[in-house]
Design a protein around this ligand. Structure first.
Ligand SMILES: [Zn+2]
Length: 304
């Protein structure tokens, strides 16, 4: 006996898989901090964690194709409609080609001059690049106010490009990393010189709470992401920080980002850390997961 399935029956099966249902029920999310297969770590190593002694979750992906596939799976599952993506220009463009609607292409800069501001200008003019950063030069000990970064801020202000910068108290264990070079007060000269710069700071400068609050009060153009601190430090420490920022009235300038790097499963962990924060209202969670990024990226305005 032949068994025949009607197309209605088949679509019923596919429409109602748990993943699809979950994504359909979920309101949209924007991930302001994604990387295209960074950093270089041995395949399979656990994700970062702090403070030691601790063991991170997950295992590092092997190839760019795997990182991309798993990142897209997480974006699908959690209904992440846009991601601010940085990596080498080559890999970033490969990812954008695979899912053009999903990613905002940006340049990862760990060493000033590579890629050069001239290259970024050319890439932007060619319609390939829509952001600058993560500027991660603090990982090499370079502070935000270093003159070597000035051409990037100048260019971003001129071209009206969003910029992500790592300026915080901790980062990966690299020989030249300096916590002192991550004090958000070092952004002040940059913000004074570039009042139109659309800048946001990784991890809201964790744990420089007072300094970050001062910068965000004084410079209204400054936003912040909540990225690695959603999964790399103890949940209690993240909540203390988030609660303090929200109590200070900064809930309209905080944006979710996963900073998934080579561990795409942390995307879900980061989102759940926001969703499970009992001290946040439903509206405050929506602001962090979506609304604030829409405003910062001007997705609600006509393309210029
Ligand atoms: Zn990052």
């Amino acid at each position: 006996m032949k068994i025949r399935f009607s197309s209605a029956f088949i679509s019923l099966i596919f429409c109602c898989s748990p993943v699809t249902l979950l994504a359909q029920e979920r309101p949209p999310i924007i991930d302001m901090h994604l990387h295209a297969h960074l950093p270089e770590v041995p395949t399979g190593v656990p994700a970062l964690c702090r403070p030691e002694p601790c063991v991170g979750d997950g295992r590092a992906t092997a190839t760019s194709a795997e990182t991309l596939q798993k990142t897209l799976e997480m974006m699908e599952r959690y209904n992440i409609v846009k991601g601010f993506l940085s990596g080498s220009l080559e890999t970033t463009y490969e990812w954008v080609a695979a899912a053009p609607e999903r990613f905002i292409a940006s340049a990862f800069i760990i060493e000033a001059g590579r890629p050069s501001p001239e290259t970024l200008r050319r890439e932007h003019a060619a319609g390939r690049l829509a952001g600058i950063g993560e500027i991660a030069t603090q990982l090499n000990g370079m502070a935000a106010n270093d003159p070597a970064l000035e051409p990037y801020f100048l260019l971003a202000e001129e071209l009206d490009l969003p910029v992500l910068i790592h300026t915080a108290g901790f980062g990966p264990y690299l020989p030249n990393f300096r916590s002192a070079a991550g004090n958000p007060l070092l952004l002040e000269e940059v913000l004074v010189r570039h009042p139109k710069l659309r800048l946001y700071v990784e991890n809201a400068g964790y744990p420089y709470l007072g300094e970050m609050t001062a910068m965000m009060y004084q410079y209204p153009q400054l936003y912040a992401d909540l990225s690695t601190i959603t999964w790399v430090i103890p949940r209690s420490a993240f909540y203390d920080y988030l609660k303090a920022l929200v109590r200070a009235g900064l809930g309209k300038r905080l944006m979710f980002g996963s900073d998934q790097m080579r561990w795409p499963e942390v995307i879900g962990k980061g989102i759940e850390a926001i969703e499970e924060a009992e001290f946040l209202s439903k509206e405050q969670k929506r602001d962090i997961l979506y609304n604030n990024a829409v405003r910062f990226l001007r997705l609600d305005q006509e393309p210029r």
